[in-house]
Design a protein around this ligand. Structure first.
Ligand code: MG
Ligand code: MG
Length: 260
């Protein structure tokens, strides 16, 4: 997936990534305003692409290894990389919306999982704890730590609650390329893996399941689903490793505003 060496960013480059992250946050807000029972994921995909292009940017995912959409739209047991469809969303569903924006030479990457209407208490808890695990991971994205500290913090938040942590898909460096070194697994040992240093930009993205951790890929070559068909949640931010506290370049604030 990611090739090459870790790309450290200058403050000038981080400024450009911050702009990409801000636009991505707003694109998520545009999508959030449309997420409801009866909406189709194709409508969400169209809105995201239109908004991103209207703002002088490109959707990072569309055409990436021939991926056909601007969003990855992953309902229920789909973990990631789902396609847009004309099937209306139903109450009780959940939907992961993953989006990337390419602006002025840099990517930002972020994902959020929505409840559609009323979802069961156990699914609502899955969403809450997966999002919480993202912030546990981000807390560890400080210089002097190692990638394994992020991985452990995520796993240690969700695994004791009985959730599955997907192994086959991982977070990653992000910058001029959508997927850069290092890989950022959502499971691992404290103090292991590459050293984190100021200027590393990472997409941290826990993928957590209500059942077992095993996943399968569908025949379309993209869609990743849980083997046991139980629901999966996915939350992602793009962050910069800093000395005392990671800086989050993306934001869920526009989503949260739209959901109020
Ligand atoms: Mg993503
Ligand atoms: Mg990503």
């Amino acid at each position: 997936m990611a090739t090459g060496v870790i790309q450290f960013k200058t403050e000038e480059e981080i400024e450009l990534m911050r702009a990409a992250g801000q636009l991505l946050a707003r694109a998520h807000g545009e999508v959030a305003a449309l997420v409801r029972e009866g909406a189709t994921t194709r409508q969400l995909d169209r809105r995201a692409e239109e908004f991103i292009r209207d703002n002088g940017a490109t959707p990072s995912f569309k055409g990436y290894n021939n991926f056909p959409y601007s969003l990855c739209l992953s309902p229920n047991s789909v973990v990631v990389h789902g396609f847009a469809t004309d099937e209306p969303l139903k109450g009780g569903d959940i939907l992961s919306v993953d989006c990337g924006v390419f602006l002025n030479g840099y990517h930002a990457d972020s994902a959020y999982t929505y409840p559609i209407g009323e979802v069961s208490p156990e699914v609502r808890q899955l969403l809450k704890e997966t999002e919480a695990s993202l912030y546990k991971g981000i807390e560890q994205a400080i210089s002097g730590n190692r990638v394994g500290d992020i991985s452990f913090a995520i796993q240690n938040h969700v695994a004791p609650k009985g959730y599955g942590v997907v192994r086959e898909l991982v977070g990653h460096g992000v910058g001029a390329k959508l997927h850069e070194k290092p890989e950022v697994p959502n499971y691992g040992k404290r103090g292991s893996g590459p050293l984190l240093q100021t200027g590393m930009t990472l997409a941290i993205e826990p993928m957590v399941t209500l059942g077992k951790k095993d996943v399968v890929q569908e025949k379309d070559g993209w869609t990743i689903r849980t083997r046991d068909k139980k629901p999966a949640a996915h939350f992602e931010h793009t962050v910069v490793v800093r000395k005392d506290k990671a800086e989050i370049l993306t934001s869920f604030s526009y989503i949260e505003k739209a959901l109020q």
